[in-house]
Write a new protein. Structure first.
Length: 400
């Protein structure tokens, strides 16, 4: 719809798309879900868009490359139908993502727009991805949408210089999309495989593009494959979250691990070292261990040291502290957590309190551990996470 109306008419494209879904809710209730729901929605949106074009094409400026063809009523419908040919929409998701990453916007605003517009995240989910507040994210999205109204056509993915300028924000958006699926803030579930699958699909599309196949893109896709391999074990047979020490590693997907390692090796070409290279390397070390006890924690700490120097953040510092605790003992882990410089940024992050609770539990400080797990449960982003932390609270009460 955005390609039809131009990205400057984003609100109109959203309205037409929403109309199609509202129509589906009305019609499918009585006629049942069609054999091909996607095709039904596309046809409905197409017809609604055609009505809008006929009514408003003299009052609005649509995408420049379509404006001339839409002036002639006889050519309107044939020209419009060409936009929905399978070959015509092949790269549309990628174009839409790059269109949201307008260099006039700060990178955080670009990524927020991608997550909101392309991936369908609510402002609360975007806030969770950024470890930020909902109000701040809503302002960021609003400013981003306003900036896009000053644009006409979708981004031309053949423009090499512009492509390169927008690529880091696109990679960041795909990273956060996968993260939201792996352990995000959805109120529905702690694990959303459909988001992980979509992030991998878009990542593969990016790597298949001649301009997008950079070492960082391959490292990002490697990271997603290596983490996706662990998804089958993240939930126990009862459907509850399993901690890393409780996961059945025989359920990890070996095919995805092999593909992740292949992509990580491919990413080693050139001189570029990105955060994705380091995170993928950490994931590969985890994949090498058949049991959590076999993990090379010293190597993981070393990789986190490099990651922290390259891209310092409170979350990276927390993950490094957890690795130190695994390597040198819970007291050292707690000391590293206490030493995190900007720990205030983690005040609403449940895993900050969970990590402190685990180390206090291992130290035998059960009352302190319980308070930390209770804090984590209060901040949990979905019922599954909350039950997991409440079970840790219960474990503190049962421990001798």
């Amino acid at each position: 719809m955005t390609r039809v109306f131009g990205i400057g008419n984003l609100a109109l494209a959203e309205d037409v798309t929403q109309d199609a879904f509202c129509r589906a809710l009305e019609v499918w209730k009585f006629r049942g879900v069609p054999a091909n729901p996607s095709a039904w929605l596309m046809a409905t949106a197409k017809n609604r868009a055609l009505d809008v074009l006929r009514r408003e094409r003299t009052e609005r400026t649509f995408a420049p490359e379509l404006e001339r063809r839409f002036e002639n009523e006889a050519l309107l419908e044939p020209a419009f139908s060409q936009l929905f040919e399978p070959n015509a929409i092949k790269d549309d998701p990628l174009r839409m993502i790059f269109s949201c990453c307008d260099p006039r916007l700060a990178e955080k605003a670009q990524v927020a727009l991608v997550l909101h517009i392309v991936c369908g995240f609510g402002s609360g989910e975007v806030a969770g991805a950024f470890v930020s507040t909902k109000a701040a994210v809503e302002k960021r999205i609003e400013r981003g949408k306003h900036a896009l109204t000053q644009t006409t056509a979708l981004f031309d993915i053949a423009d090499a210089a512009d492509f390169e300028a927008r690529l880091p924000a696109v990679q960041r958006a795909l990273y956060l999309l996968f993260n939201e699926g792996y352990h995000g803030a959805s109120a529905e579930s702690a694990v959303r495989t459909e988001l992980c699958r979509e992030a991998i699909r878009l990542g593969a599309l990016l790597c298949a593009h001649r301009l997008g196949a950079s070492p960082a893109s391959h490292a990002l896709l490697a990271l997603m494959y290596l983490h996706a391999a662990r998804l089958p074990a993240r939930l126990n047979p009862a459907g509850e979250l399993a901690s890393p020490s409780e996961q059945d590693r025989s359920r990890w997907n070996p095919r995805l691990v092999v593909e992740g390692r292949r992509l990580l090796e491919l990413s080693a070409t050139g001189r570029e070292l990105s955060t994705y290279h380091l995170e993928a390397a950490i994931a590969a070390v985890h994949a090498d261990a058949r049991r959590i006890e076999d993990t090379d924690w010293q190597q993981i700490v070393s990789l986190y040291d490099t990651l922290l120097a390259l891209a310092p953040s409170a979350v990276v510092a927390l993950n490094r502290a957890i690795a130190v605790g695994q390597c040198k003992g819970p007291q050292c882990g707690l000391a590293e957590i206490e030493a995190i410089a900007d720990s205030k940024r983690l005040a609403a992050y449940p895993f900050y309190f969970a990590a402190r609770g685990e180390f206090e539990f291992q130290n035998g400080e059960l009352m302190r551990a319980r308070r930390h797990f209770e804090s984590a449960a209060a901040l949990a982003r979905n019922p599954m996470e909350r039950r997991f932390f409440e079970q840790r609270v219960a474990a503190c009460a049962l421990a001798p």
